[in-house]
Structures are given as C-alpha cells and as structure tokens.
Design a protein around this ligand. Structure first.
Ligand SMILES: NC(=O)c1ccc[n+]([C@@H]2O[C@H](COP(=O)([O-])OP(=O)(O)OC[C@H]3O[C@@H](n4cnc5c(N)ncnc54)[C@H](O)[C@@H]3O)[C@@H](O)[C@H]2O)c1
Length: 391
C-alpha cells in the first residue's frame, strides 16, 4: 500500500512516512472516537447509585468497574448495575487500562487522597462536592491533575438541572432585566450516613454539605463574577446530640457586579428534600422549584413506597417525584463530563471552581464565628471549615 519509491523527503521524514504518521494518528483517533469512555466508580452507596443510573443513559460511557472497601456492598452494587469488575482496593481498579475516567463518590475527607492516586494513574477525575476539606487539599488536587495532564471535573449537578438551566437562560436573554438578588435553598431533615455528621470527616455541617451547591449555583448564574464578601449565620438547632456542625445556615454573598445572593440551608426540614431558587431582576422575577414544583401532589392513606429523597412518613399528603435523577441534572452532568474526556473539552465546572466554592465556605464559617461580614479573597490555613466557627 505504501510505495516508498515515490516518497519525497520533508522535514527529515519522507512524504510517504508523513502520510503514514497522519494515517496512524487519524486511525487511533477514530478508535478513540468510536469507543465509549471507560468509567471506574469509587463508592457503592448513595451517590454512587445515582452515578451508575445517570451513566447508563450516557451513550458514550461504559461503566467498567466499581471499587469500595466494603466487600458485600460492592459486590451487590456491581450485580445490581451489571458491572463486570468490582474491587476492594483502589490500586487494583486503577491498574485497568480500560478505564479513562474515575468518579469519586467517597466521603469528603477522602477526596484529596483518592484524587491524587487517580491522577497519578493517568485517569481523568470527577469528584463529588464539596471538592475536599481545605484550600491546601484543593491546591494539591488541582496540581496533581495538571501534572498528570488529566481533567479535574467538579460534580455540581445544579448547573445541569434542566429547570435551573432554563432559569439561567431567562436571565441571560435579558427577560428579567439586570440581576439584583438570587436566592437558593436546599433543605431536608439530615443526611443518611455517619460521616456527614462527624465534622472531622465532613469538614462542617449543612453549609459544607449543601451550601456548596448554592455557592456554585450562584457563581454559575452570575457568569462566575467574583464574590467580594460573605456574611453567614449558623446554628445547631435540633441535632446537638448528633453533630458539632451547623444544621441551619443563612449565607449572604455579595458579588463584584452588585448582585446579592442568599442561600438558606437546613438539615432540620421535615417532609422530604426541598431544592428551589429565585432570580429577582430590575424587570422581572422568576421562581424555580426542582422537586415540589415538578412533583405529583399525592394523598395516600397507606403512604407512598418512594416519594422523594428523605421523605420520611408519606401518609396523607406528600409530593411524589418522577425522574428525580433527571430533574437534578445528573445524566446531563455526566453526558457533559464524558464528552469533555472523549473530545478533550474544558469542563463547565472544574477543580478551580470547587476551590472557589471552598473559599466562600471558609469565609462563611469565619463570618458566623465572628458575627461579621468577611471580605474575599479569604486566606486561611484552617484544615476544616467548621473550626473557624467553633474556635
Ligand atoms: N451531588 C450531590 O447532591 C450529593 C449527594 C450525596 C452525596 N454527595 C457527596 O458524595 C460523597 C459520598 O456521599 P454518599 O452520600 O454517597 O455517602 P455514602 O456513605 O452513602 O457512600 C460512601 C461510599 O464511600 C465508600 N468508601 C468509604 N471509604 C472509602 C475508601 N477509603 N475508598 C473508597 N471508597 C470508600 C463507602 O464504602 C460507600 O460506598 C460525599 O462527598 C457527599 O458530599 C453528593
């Protein structure tokens, strides 16, 4: 096929040699383009189940393996989701050549250490919120991924939730005029697993756990304008026996462009998860409610098998979700991250965004501790946000 007789020299390489190189490159690219991105999941409980469900709907993704230290959990998880390989040791999963992207669904205190290992194995990283426990860890994660030339993708699904995407479009087309005030809140009656309640592993209470959603949501809505100040009030109102962390918080952000954003976070709200947002502009206002606003208003004397995350007792009136994972934007988020890996695109939400969120979280705990507004940039060597509040 390659006739060396008619080759001409160019830059030290024959013309035919050059053609060969181009052909091989194109051939390799075609293979990558035709292949699905191989995924390794870390964790086999709450959020990893959502990751597995979401990834099943991404046509360019293939879940190759799952890893988690609990033998029975990981085995059952693999069987349930039809995943061929499962491991108890991270190193074993990272040794698989078939995996290009690893999704971290482990507790907060493990995010940094696991990210560094995944990056050094040459795999792209998707890490659940919050990015990690402190700013030093954030720098280590960003540095490790840069050094290994892999992407660090920060999983903030609210930037992909279809209702919030439409809300942002309303703002961007000018339908609401100049933005003045944003509001976002997430509320339920408390997390399902011990590590969230243990501030040494989680880094903080509801501000760390759910405030991180609001902060990135505001930044994304506001075109990543800089946050210049934070004011926060935090209390442990109901769960004093269970955690040293905050179970209720109000956080006020001031942006450089004048927008004010108010986040309300609660671990004490009964009756199922709430997730809602408002945009108040100079020429309009828009309200969006991801869960109750998209649900079936249900009355049942017996109660509903499953209505919504953390619903509690569903006898009588409750709100029943349909397509909950889709309404949150998880499949859309994973379609985007897989596209970024496959086609070498820049992620919508990166490690740097996760670090910026963490900086606001630290400033919020400092503000709640000191009882005053805190200006950004905010530098701290604190190893966990809650320490700035309780010191
Ligand atoms: N985006 C969201 O809305 C959302 C929702 C829930 C949780 N999260 C985040 O996801 C992470 C996990 O939360 P969860 O609710 O799934 O917790 P979970 O307790 O339900 O699951 C944690 C999983 O991590 C595994 N694990 C523990 N130690 C490990 C280790 N050393 N190496 C690997 N895996 C390990 C456990 O075996 C378990 O499978 C947290 O960072 C949390 O903030 C995000």
């Amino acid at each position: 096929m390659w006739d060396t007789k008619c080759s001409a020299s160019r830059g030290g390489q024959t013309f035919v040699g050059l053609l060969k190189t181009i052909y091989i490159k194109a051939y390799k690219n075609a293979i990558i383009m035709n292949n699905k991105v191989g995924i390794g999941l870390i964790g086999s409980q709450f959020i990893s189940s959502i990751h597995a469900e979401a990834l099943k709907s991404v046509s360019d993704a293939r879940i190759v393996a799952v890893m988690s230290p609990t033998k029975t959990h990981v085995e059952n998880f693999a069987k349930k989701h039809g995943i061929h390989y499962y491991f108890n040791r991270l190193e074993d999963m990272l040794a698989m050549d078939d995996i290009q992207m690893v999704v971290i669904g482990a507790p907060n205190h493990l995010h940094c250490e696991i990210t560094e290992k995944v990056a050094s194995a040459g795999k792209h990283v998707v890490v659940e919120k919050p990015l990690c426990l402190n700013l030093n860890e954030a720098d280590r994660m960003i540095g490790a991924c840069k050094k290994a030339n892999v992407k660090l993708m920060y999983a903030e699904e609210l930037c992909f939730a279809p209702k919030y995407v439409r809300l942002r479009e309303l703002l961007n087309e000018g339908a609401l005029g100049k933005p003045v005030l944003f509001k976002q809140s997430e509320k339920h009656d408390g997390p399902h697993a011990d590590h969230f309640w243990d501030v040494e592993r989680s880094g903080g209470g509801v501000t760390m756990d759910m405030g991180c959603h609001a902060i990135e949501f505001f930044r994304w809505l506001n075109g990543r304008n800089a946050v210049i100040s934070v004011y926060a009030h935090m209390t442990t109102s109901v769960h004093q026996g269970r955690t040293k962390g905050d179970d209720n918080a109000v956080i006020i952000l001031e942006f450089e462009n004048g927008v004010v954003a108010v986040a309300e976070e609660s671990w004490t709200k009964l009756g199922g998860m709430d997730d809602r947002a408002e945009i108040h502009g100079s020429e309009g206002v828009a309200y969006a409610d991801i869960l109750q606003g998209n649900s079936i208003q249900t009355y049942s004397m017996k109660g509903v098998g499953y209505s919504v995350e953390k619903a509690g007792d569903t006898k009588g009136w409750s709100f029943t979700m349909y397509e909950e994972v889709w309404n949150y934007g998880f499949p859309q988020e994973f379609a985007h991250f897989v596209d970024c890996v496959k086609n070498d695109k820049t992620p919508l939400v990166t490690g740097e965004d996760g670090k910026a969120v963490l900086e606001v979280i630290f400033a919020a705990y400092e503000s709640a501790g000191k009882g005053r507004k805190v200006m950004l940039p905010f530098h701290t060597d604190a190893d966990k946000p809650y320490k700035l509040w309780l010191k």
